[in-house]
Design a protein around this ligand. Structure first.
Ligand code: ATP
Ligand code: MG
Length: 586
């Protein structure tokens, strides 16, 4: 009894993939278990199929690897590249998990992620939040999400929400959510206490003077023991000073090699509407003061932050020392950056503010909402972040590495469909009208199939049309071969290709290309995000639009559907219903 056609094809596809993974020899057992894995309905009837499956595996093993590759390309377009990329990534994914935390006690680890709600969360925040969360879970501890909201001029409710949403999408689940501003009175008290203890002072010098003396390593008069600090403190908190007229400074060492210790600002006056507290609070702590005090009071055992704060560690611990507060351990890791994609609000915000980029989920941005919109999945981001570990190495990981993690996850769930950029019509003399069934996925039958009517003409992509030569025989994937008879040009551009029916044999050397039946094409666009910056300059060509056509089936897909346009790349159907998708990656 021969195998049903769909099963036969599937067996061959699986065997070919397995063979190419194992130096050209597929293993019978592996093929059977993969077959049952992708077609559970077959399990009950597998026994009588065994001899045929064995024969199919033997037939595949009898082929050269070149022939196997060629056959796989025809049976499952795009599969070869995907397999190669997956292999390359496999090594990276074998990395050990995060190293143990020094001094960690099971059940007693508390970590925190402290974003400032002054913009949308980006992939760098994902790195920090995921590492914080992984450690909390590793030790059965707690993760605190603390909105570090102590600058009313920069913070907005919209951003608190965006951060909450971003973390939820990532699957990061904090055990406690709080705001630094919740503790503003406590922070004021500690600030006053520090002044009373002689560990800080109110400075009324101008900003220029402070800057100047800091550069020279010299103290100002405000530091003089003769100055009545309690009087100044009283005036500061009762509103006698205006913005920039007084600050509280840490009493460090103005000659310290570490400039972070040259009497840094701990509190300043900011007139503005705080998103949660309105304008009733005017004296706001800096990050330098709020972070250590909050970490300590929140019970944080292991505080993690990026390496650029390294020089501020001395200040962090000095503040806790003077206030006799418990000290968390401090762990640094490198900032995540990619080549050409600055991962910092400082670099992103100006582009949004001046209208160059319209929204925070623009696919060129490294924000989490942009990654989501492009078609990245949160599991891929987590795996990628963990593969980086918590090294201090400043090397920028290639963006392709994140893509590889994502590809591996979305590959099995993405429908293989046809899109042709800059379409060119191919008229095929002698082609008869027929109906073909195209599988939506080479190995997963649950993704279904689609029926397409093909007559005497199909569209192919402009690139393929330009590459074609008269006399060539090319393979229209899963359809038939055609022979290029004549290439017609208009102003040097290919305007029409006349072809005839070709033979049946699929040769390795043949171009195998995607196509769309003439009556089945719908206008379709794909946004292609490119590098946002070239060097230090915004790349004005950072968003390319590929216009062309897709099979009409594509316009039935809902936003968020993932597809792999064969020989083009993985895409996510965008919101807005305008027959547009975004290229996730190749
Ligand atoms: P930005 O430059 O985007 O403003 P930030 O550090 O000022 O970054 P915060 O909201 O204060 O942004 O950051 C919250 C946490 O996320 C901090 O602990 C910070 O160390 C971490 N973080 C921010 N950017 C990155 C990054 N690129 N890589 C890793 N961690 C980051
Ligand atoms: Mg910040």
């Amino acid at each position: 009894m021969p195998l049903p056609e769909d099963i036969e094809k599937l067996v061959r596809t699986i065997a070919l993939k397995n063979a190419l993974d194992h130096a050209g020899k597929a293993q019978f057992d592996a093929v059977v278990s993969k077959l049952i894995g992708s077609r559970p309905d077959v399990r009950a009837q597998i026994k009588p199929m065994m001899p045929d499956v064995r024969a199919a595996v033997q037939a595949v093993n009898a082929l050269s690897q070149d022939a196997q590759r060629s056959m796989l390309e025809e049976l499952a377009p795009g599969e070869l590249e995907a397999a190669a990329a997956a292999k390359k990534q496999a090594a990276a994914q074998e990395k050990p998990p995060l190293p143990p935390l020094e001094g960690a006690v099971m059940g007693q680890v508390v970590t925190r992620f402290p974003p400032e709600p002054n913009g949308y969360p980006h992939i760098g925040h994902a790195k920090a939040a995921i590492i914080d969360e992984e450690y909390a879970r590793m030790y059965g501890g707690r993760l605190i999400l603390r909105f570090d909201d102590t600058n009313p001029l920069k913070e907005k409710l919209e951003y608190y929400e965006a951060i909450r949403e971003g973390l939820a999408w990532l699957g990061v689940k904090p055990d406690v959510v709080k705001n630094t501003s919740d503790d503003i009175n406590i922070l004021h008290d500690y600030g006053k206490k520090l002044v009373a203890l002689g560990g800080a002072y109110v400075c009324t010098c101008s900003q220029e003077k402070i800057h100047d003396l800091r550069g020279k390593g010299l103290p100002c008069e405000c530091r003089d023991p003769a100055v009545d600090q309690q009087d100044r403190l009283g005036r500061l908190f009762s509103g006698s000073y205006g913005q920039n007229e007084a600050i509280i400074r840490f009493k460090g060492d103005m000659a310290d090699q570490n400039t972070a210790m040259r009497d840094p600002t701990l509190f300043r006056i900011i007139e503005g509407e705080h998103p949660l507290l309105g304008s009733r609070i005017r004296i706001w702590p800096t990050y330098d003061f709020a972070a250590p005090v909050e970490d300590s009071l929140d019970g944080v055992t292991h505080a993690m932050r990026t390496k650029e704060y390294e020089l501020r560690n001395a200040l962090y611990f000095a503040i806790l020392d003077r206030l006799s507060l418990r000290k968390p351990a401090m762990i640094e890791f490198s900032r995540l950056e990619f080549e050409g994609v600055p991962v910092s609000k400082r670099k992103i915000r100006p582009l949004i503010d001046d209208g160059t980029i319209k929204s925070w989920d623009d696919p060129r941005l490294p924000t989490l909402s942009a990654f989501r919109r492009r078609g990245f999945v949160p599991e891929a981001i987590r795996k990628f972040v963990l593969s980086l570990g918590i090294t201090l190495a400043e090397t920028k990981p290639p963006f392709e590495s994140l893509e590889a993690f994502n590809r591996k996850i979305i590959d099995p769930m993405s429908m293989r469909l046809f899109f042709v950029r800059d379409p060119v019509l191919v008229e095929i003399a002698g082609a008869r009208e027929m109906q073909v069934t195209l599988k939506n996925h080479p190995t997963d039958a649950s993704l279904g199939s689609r029926q397409v009517r093909v007559g005497g003409a199909v569209y192919i992509s402009g690139d393929d049309a330009r590459a074609a030569k008269e006399g060539d025989e090319i393979r229209l994937i899963e359809l038939y071969n055609v022979k290029i008879e004549r290439i017609e040009k208009n102003d040097g551009n290919v305007s029409l290709i006349r072809a005839s029916m070709g033979g049946d044999e699929i040769r390795q050397s043949m171009q195998k290309i995607q196509w769309i039946a003439k009556d089945d094409i719908v206008d379709f666009k794909v946004m292609i995000p490119k590098e946002l910056y070239i060097g230090d300059r915004y790349n004005t060509n950072s968003l390319e639009i590929a216009s062309g056509g897709a099979e009409s089936f594509v316009s039935t897909l809902k936003p968020d559907a993932r597809v792999q346009f064969v020989r083009f790349g993985f895409c996510r159907i965008d919101e807005g219903g305008d027959n547009i998708a975004i290229l996730t990656h190749r």
